[in-house]
Design a protein around this ligand. Structure first.
Ligand SMILES: Nc1ncnc2c1ncn2[C@@H]1O[C@H](COP(=O)(O)OP(=O)(O)OP(=O)(O)O)[C@@H](O)[C@H]1O
Ligand SMILES: [Mg+2]
Length: 406
């Protein structure tokens, strides 16, 4: 073969190899392009879905709005042209603490995602709530942030419903206090009738003495003393009523002794317990007597009364019924155990014990809110209320933090 021919053949082979290479690269490119188109379509679909469902906006690093979607305009009440170019603060409601916003900016500035609930203000002055995710969009090189993106969901309805539930809870607590008071008012007849009978009897005896001219100063002193003490007892009962009917909206603690609380409570329902024939044992250890502690006096009394009422209802018809109330101060916590002669609570009932409106009592006898309200009161005090599973009888344990004073 001539030299020239050989050269042509070699060139032809090279061209063939190059052609193959071009063909294979073209195939790869074609496939990559196909993939890109698919991804583009997918991202487009996500974007469409996101825009339909979420409230989206982007701002520059100074919070100046760069883009908003139609949901943002609809929710905030502002038109797109009113929003773009303005600071995102224009929808802020001013209801969040400065610290909350500082935390938000600190989180997103360093490239982390912030998630939280924000209360914003519409153009018409009303408020709306969003559950937001805010993040920093990085430059294509990934070196620096360029925009902030916020993707949010309107949760105004949920927030309003939550607020309503909270208001209803406050209302229920108020009503349950009054229903407890109503029960007490019925019991108060017992409480005050007895001392009144004592006063009446003493007064009649004194009257008779004076009429018969047999004036024994010692006897007169004894009866006068009896009247005095009985009036003190009535005063105590009324004091307890007054204490328990005070408004309990404020979450402030007051300083008092455990025995003072128990006086309020048993001044009101002690006689009822006695008259049903339930024996009552109250145990206050020496280290708690005369000690002043700081706690939510009225709320705690209300919880104890609810538990006592439950015990009374459970055992009032049984023979040799008893209720025991024990107190203990440990690690800045006041523990109150209320046990009764019942034989515990069946498992199916235990599961729903603290559910609102769960009751096993007859219509008109129980509404099923006593324990659920008691639990929310104790939760608010950052304490606990639970059924003691280890007790062979029925026993509830309240534990609340106290600030010890003296
Ligand atoms: N000491 C107890 N012994 C037996 N069962 C109890 C006791 N305490 C609560 N329960 C059960 O728990 C249920 C719920 O109690 P809760 O105090 O919430 O409502 P209630 O007493 O039925 O009604 P309300 O307190 O509104 O008058 C009661 O119906 C009862 O079945
Ligand atoms: Mg109850």
């Amino acid at each position: 073969m001539s030299f020239e021919k050989e050269k042509i053949l070699r060139l032809e082979r090279k061209i063939e190899i190059l052609e193959n290479m071009v063909e294979s690269k073209t195939r790869v490119l074609y496939q990559a392009n196909q993939k890109l188109q698919n991804e583009k379509m997918r991202v487009g679909a996500y974007q469409k879905a996101l825009n339909r469902s979420a409230v989206v906006c982007s701002t520059d690093l100074n919070g100046i709005i760069k883009s908003v979607n139609s949901n943002f305009c609809e929710l905030s009440g502002y038109g797109e042209s009113e929003l773009i170019g303005n600071n995102i603060n224009m929808v802020s409601s001013g209801s969040h603490e400065k610290d909350e916003f500082r935390n938000l900016w600190d989180t997103i500035k360093i490239g982390n995602i912030w998630r939280g609930e924000l209360k914003n203000q519409k153009k018409d002055g009303s408020f709306y709530w969003v559950d937001s995710v805010i993040l920093l969009l990085m430059s294509p090189e990934g070196e620096q942030g360029v925009d902030f993106i916020s993707i949010a969901f309107d949760i105004t309805d949920r927030k309003n419903a939550e607020n309503k539930i909270e208001e209803q809870k406050v209302q229920m607590v108020r009503e349950s206090r009054f229903s407890a008071l109503g029960e007490m008012a019925a019991g108060i007849a017992h409480e005050i009738n007895n001392p009144l009978t004592v006063i009446k009897t003493c007064a009649s005896i004194l009257n008779r003495y004076i009429g018969s001219n047999k004036l024994d100063p010692e006897k007169i002193k004894e009866h006068a003393e009896n009247i005095n003490q009985t009036v003190d007892r009535i005063t105590k009962i009324i004091e307890g009523m007054k204490n328990l009917s005070r408004e309990v909206e404020s979450n402030e603690r007051s300083s008092c002794g455990v025995e003072e609380i128990l006086d309020d409570i048993f001044g009101i329902c002690g006689e009822k317990i006695k008259s049903i024939g339930i024996s009552l044992e109250v145990d206050v250890p020496e280290n708690l007597k005369e000690k002043k502690i700081s706690l939510h006096r009225i709320q705690l009394s209300q919880v104890i009364i609810n538990l006592l009422n439950n015990s009374i209802d459970a055992i009032e018809e049984s023979s040799s019924a008893w209720i025991k109330l024990e107190t203990l101060l440990e690690d800045q916590k006041l523990m109150i155990r209320i046990s009764d002669s019942g034989t515990g609570i069946p498992e199916e009932v235990q599961k729903k014990l603290f559910d609102p409106f769960f009751t096993t009592k007859k219509i008109g006898k129980g509404t099923g809110i006593g324990l659920s309200i008691s639990k929310s009161i104790v939760d608010k005090m950052e304490g606990t209320l639970r059924l003691d599973q280890d007790c062979p009888n029925t026993c509830f344990i309240i534990s609340v933090p106290v600030g010890e004073l003296s």
